[in-house]
Design a protein. Structure first.
Length: 406
């Protein structure tokens, strides 16, 4: 008789990449998919679909303290970030020559790549705003970069919270600087919504990106919040939907699902943040106990004024003598799903640009793992990870030493 393979405990600890769709959202999405109707059509079915879309717009706006007219539905945050970065740049350069695009050195590639595309194709100058060792943007450096030649700055982009090390940025302080020089501010709030309080109006940003699949909504739907005085040149052209800046048939089911997911995430934010922080702290304590790993980013449960300095569900750790990819695959073989912050180019792992911007040595940065918790996370997930971590680290260190990693 053939022996059965040992049962694997499955622990999903990669919620910053995507999080499971909430059951109530699945139900609402499924029901909406069956209704049909093009929200741009003039007949009864179209007008009914339009009403449902506008209800979703109002619900989403209310959850994030925005006006319904400020909500532009997109296919996700990548499109929203592209629309903001390129749209603001083109609109600002119609008025005068403003080549500089200032972005934090730890932005997601959905912001970095559009800025670099503008540099390559539109004669823009992409300037990186430095950060400190915790990944927090240097406000003095930002002011110096702007004040040296404010008339040359098209826009500033600083993410609300970092997707790798979990650092929450001082968005209001950034906005105070950009407002002084009348420069539009864009913020990628993908990781922040549902984890920390997000108030679009109070942030004083002109544009803000978010997406559904990070908050319990479906993939393929997101939004750009844009104040009415934020001038955006369209990136795509067609039917002129969404204030004329984002053409395309409107995704009513997606909009309804996104709005519900965001509302639920915001409603539960305070209690969920406490629950996730408790799980995260136990996970970090266990990791540090079984290895000589180092927690990166702000210290646990620290605050910057009235705001948390770190996302409650984030634990980003470097393991000396290990390759992050080796750790990831070894954990995956035990049913524990995490991520590295590294990029892979031509099959060769590259250290995270976020860690390098924080001043972390390239060799150390290659041993990074990101553990992120979400609405479906439990104590059992933490237990499963900590149970297998000692043997995984031992094997990864042995492989690293054999490969010549210090």
């Amino acid at each position: 008789m053939r022996a059965q393979a040992p049962e694997r405990a499955s622990a999903y600890l990669d919620h910053a990449a995507t999080t499971p769709v909430i059951t109530d959202v699945v139900k609402a999405y499924s029901e909406e998919l069956q209704l049909g109707g093009n929200a741009s059509s003039l007949h009864t079915a179209g007008r009914t679909a339009r009403r449902r879309l506008e209800e979703a717009r109002e619900e989403l706006a209310g959850a994030l303290s925005a006006r319904p007219s400020e909500v532009i539905f997109t296919s996700g945050a990548t499109e929203a970030n592209n629309l903001a970065i390129k749209g603001l740049f083109w609109a600002r350069n119609r008025e005068a020559k403003r080549p500089r695009v200032l972005i934090s050195a730890v932005e997601h590639h959905a912001v970095i790549d559009p800025a670099q595309w503008l540099e390559e194709h539109e004669k823009a100058e992409c300037v990186l705003i430095p950060v400190d060792e915790q990944g927090r943007v240097d406000l003095d450096a930002l002011e110096d970069l702007i004040s040296s030649d404010p008339s040359s700055v098209a826009l500033v982009s600083v993410m609300w919270a970092n997707n790798e090390v979990g650092t929450v940025q001082p968005i209001r302080d950034v906005a105070a600087i950009t407002a002084k020089y009348d420069i539009p501010l864009h913020t990628d709030a993908v990781q922040a919504v549902g984890q920390v309080p997000v108030n679009f109006t109070e942030s004083q940003a002109q544009t803000m990106a978010l997406t559904g699949h990070k908050v319990g909504g479906p993939p393929g739907i997101g939004a750009l919040l844009a104040t009415r005085d934020a001038h955006l040149t369209p990136v795509t052209h067609g039917g002129g939907q969404e204030r004329g800046v984002r053409s395309g048939t409107l995704d009513v089911p997606g909009a309804k699902a996104l709005a519900l997911a965001v509302r639920l995430a915001v409603q539960n934010q305070e209690n969920e943040a406490k629950r996730l922080a408790t799980l995260r702290d136990r996970l970090v304590a266990g990791i540090l106990e079984v290895s000589n790993a180092v927690l990166r980013g702000p210290a646990l449960n620290t605050r910057e004024g009235s705001s948390p300095a770190r996302l409650p569900g984030n634990a980003h750790v470097t393991f000396p003598g290990c390759e992050g990819d080796s750790l990831l695959y070894l954990l995956d073989s035990h049913g524990v799903h995490v991520s590295t912050g590294s990029a892979c180019q031509a099959g060769v792992p590259q250290p995270s640009h976020v860690l390098l911007a924080m001043g972390i040595d390239e060799t150390i940065a290659r041993g990074a793992l990101r553990f992120t918790l979400g609405h479906s996370s439990t104590d059992a997930d933490v237990d499963a990870a900590l149970r297998v971590l000692p043997q995984v680290v031992e094997r990864a260190q042995a492989a690293g030493l054999a490969g010549g990693i210090a």
